[in-house]
Design a binder for this molecule. Structure first.
Ligand SMILES: Nc1ncnc2c1ncn2[C@@H]1O[C@H](COP(=O)(O)OP(=O)(O)O)[C@@H](O)[C@H]1O
Ligand SMILES: [Mg+2]
Length: 309
């Protein structure tokens, strides 16, 4: 694959917010892109930069294989850094509004736009009148993204990390492509940790069953995808679980990972193993639980969890 160097690309006038590293707007092939630079890791002092650009690139490509609309991404270099270029999804005359700003339009809402309590998110979706998008479409999108994030171990899908595109001139409102997947796929793991996880079952399973948790909360506690998906009785969630799991194609996912530039064979093995394990141990087991009543008792025995409403 030909290496792409963005160092000499012309800057455009666009700027971006977000808390995870620097970003600049550039023109590449006559289109606007946001270049995301790798941030310094918060937890792992062994690693000079996180792998979040790799996570962004790989995850956005995987989302497309699940039939979800995600931003287009390219990996390349900017001076000595590996960066991810995300195609700017705002066309001329389109403005972007994050979900938090939609949540603020619900006057009775007490939590504030960035509060990620699940019931408040669902209430906002049910009651929004701001955008001319069917609420059922937003809800479907939300749960599909929730299942995909569970597959990819995303711990940062807060209300600023998904949103809408508004064309004020033509009065067209749309859900924006999925963006900010830099917190999927264990971006803080360095090669030593990857090795440890791949060779130690307990280390691996801890990263499936215990963390990472979602940024979305249930009764003020961050949702654990495994426990939540096994125990939820939310039918929209269960339908999305079934639809997205059926679309997981491990051969296509392997191909994406194999063709990812800049990363080592160990890193590739780590990414593929974690996705495969998360599919088998979270999504498939949750499907079994919801769709095979004969197995129900067995799972309840394994999982003596509080019943969720
Ligand atoms: N592909 C894109 N096109 C246009 N705007 C984007 C795109 N991706 C992200 N943004 C905007 O830029 C902000 C920062 O990007 P994000 O990927 O969320 O960075 P961070 O990882 O620092 O949170 C987002 O909150 C959103 O407003
Ligand atoms: Mg963000």
């Amino acid at each position: 694959m030909k290496e792409i160097d963005f160092s000499n690309c012309q800057r455009n006038a666009r700027t971006y917010n977000g808390a995870n590293g620097s970003k600049i707007g550039i023109y590449y092939n006559n289109e606007n892109y946001m270049l995301k630079f790798p941030p310094k890791p918060k937890n792992n002092i062994e690693l000079s930069y996180t792998n979040s650009c790799i996570s962004e690139y790989v995850s956005c490509k995987i989302l497309k294989t699940l039939g979800l609309n995600s931003q287009d991404t390219i990996l390349g270099k900017y001076r000595n850094k590996i960066v991810v270029a995300c195609k700017d999804f705002r066309k001329t005359n389109e403005i972007f509004a994050d979900f938090a700003s939609l949540k603020n339009t619900i006057i009775e809402n007490s939590g504030g736009g960035y509060n990620t309590e699940l019931s408040d998110i669902l209430e906002t979706i049910d009651n929004q009148e701001q955008f001319n998008i069917k609420n059922s479409e937003i809800k479907n999108f939300f749960w599909n993204m929730f299942i995909a994030d569970s597959l990819l171990g995303n711990f940062d899908r807060h209300n600023g990390n998904w949103g809408f595109l508004i064309n004020e001139i033509d009065n067209i409102h749309m859900i924006a492509p999925i963006y900010d997947c830099g917190s999927c796929l264990y971006p803080q793991a360095d090669e030593n940790l990857m090795k440890k996880i791949l060779t130690n079952k307990a280390e691996l399973e801890q990263r499936i069953y215990t963390y990472p948790n979602s940024a979305i909360k249930h009764q003020n506690v961050k949702i654990n995808p495994y426990h939540f998906l096994l125990n939820t009785d939310n039918l929209d969630c269960i339908n999305a679980l079934q639809a997205i799991t059926a679309r997981v194609d491990l051969i296509k996912i392997k191909e994406i990972i194999e063709n990812t530039p800049y990363i080592s064979d160990l890193h590739k093995e780590f990414l593929f193993t974690m996705i495969k394990e998360r599919k088998n141990k979270i999504l498939d087991v949750a499907i079994e639980k919801h769709f095979s009543s004969t197995k129900k008792e067995e799972y309840i025995k394994i999982l003596p969890l509080k019943k969720r409403d």
